[in-house]
Design a protein around this ligand. Structure first.
Ligand code: CP
Length: 312
């Protein structure tokens, strides 16, 4: 049986192109399974998974929980807001207490970049990064590339532009790594203030003009403006941001081709994308969410196959 080159999924940076193809092939199988009338398989029957969310989430948390349940894993959920973290308990103490209950895998979202890498060094469980600050969101990038593959047949050779708040986006960085490993060409487009300093050192093109970026690309991935991570003003007004970097139906219709529009959610409707685009046939936003369950099933299944049994 083919296996992943890693014991944890901490970021796309740490996995290979072969790993991504293996995850996609496994996700193809699980996508077929979850479209059956009996959607559950016993693959992870003796595995216990803790979902630790130190930051808010709708899609990722529910998608992991559903993926785990479809695989028949035992699942426990932890939300920092209602936990003893509020009494000052550290991350390591929190996780070690949870692991003492014989937990095999931890899915964690955390506001600090590198929190998953830190945890993997200090605890004895397989760690899946469900988003760590502005660093990486590997399963989002996997489901995004999987959705491009589903829609356009392949990722290799495709032109993808990632638009908007690149600076604060873990989705952007993980997507860039995944798309490059799979052979796509990547550009970013956004206000200079929302582009990280390292952007021209990681092999992506930069296009300041949204129309030119859309004319160039096959796929536009529109990112949310992450107001909650902004301690200063990065652009004059939301109205000006939308005029320069927001995508609307009139703009898409004026291009000489039909492009695929993506968004990781949650959407600021009317800011980075108008409702008539978000709800149009060109947008594959809900396909991305649907594919997230199969892709996360694949990641959990492949990582679980590498777990050694607990010693009693
Ligand atoms: N795309 C994404 O990570 O959404 P949530 O924050 O709702 O999980």
């Amino acid at each position: 049986m083919k296996e992943l080159s890693v014991n944890h999924l901490l970021g796309i940076k740490y996995i290979t192109e072969d790993d991504i193809h293996l995850i996609f092939e496994t996700a193809d199988h699980f996508k077929e399974v979850i479209n059956r009338s009996i959607k559950k398989v016993p693959s992870l029957r003796d595995i216990t998974i803790a979902n630790l969310f130190f930051e808010n989430s709708t899609r990722t948390r529910l998608s992991f929980e559903l993926a785990e349940k479809r695989l028949s894993a035992d699942v426990i959920n932890f939300s920092a807001a209602s936990s003893s973290v509020k009494k000052g308990e550290t991350l390591i103490d929190t996780v070690n207490n949870i692991l003492s209950m014989k937990v095999d895998m931890v899915v964690m979202r955390h506001p600090n970049p590198g929190a998953g890498v830190f945890l993997a060094k200090h605890v004895n469980a397989s760690i899946v990064n469900a988003g760590d600050g502005a660093h990486e969101h590997p399963t989002q990038a996997l489901l995004d590339s999987y959705s491009i593959r589903e829609k356009l047949g392949d990722v290799a050779g495709k032109k993808v532009v990632i638009v908007g708040d690149i600076l604060h986006s873990r989705v952007a960085l993980s997507n860039i790594f995944a798309l490059q490993k799979l052979g796509a060409e990547v550009k970013v487009c956004g206000p200079k203030t929302l582009l990280p300093k390292y952007i021209d050192k990681i092999g992506v093109g930069v296009e300041g003009n949204l129309r030119k970026a859309l004319e160039w690309c096959d796929v536009a991935n529109m990112l949310r403006v992450q107001n909650e991570r902004m301690d200063i003003s990065y652009f004059p007004t939301t109205r000006e941001y939308t005029q320069q970097y927001g995508v609307n139906k009139a703009l898409l219709d004026s291009l000489n081709k039909e492009i695929v529009v993506m968004h990781p959610g949650p959407i600021n409707r009317g800011v980075e994308i108008t409702s008539d685009v978000a709800d149009s046939k060109q947008a594959i936003i809900l396909d991305q969410v649907q594919n997230g369950v199969a892709v996360r099933m694949a990641v959990l299944y492949l990582l679980a196959s590498k777990i050694k049994p607990h010693e009693d």
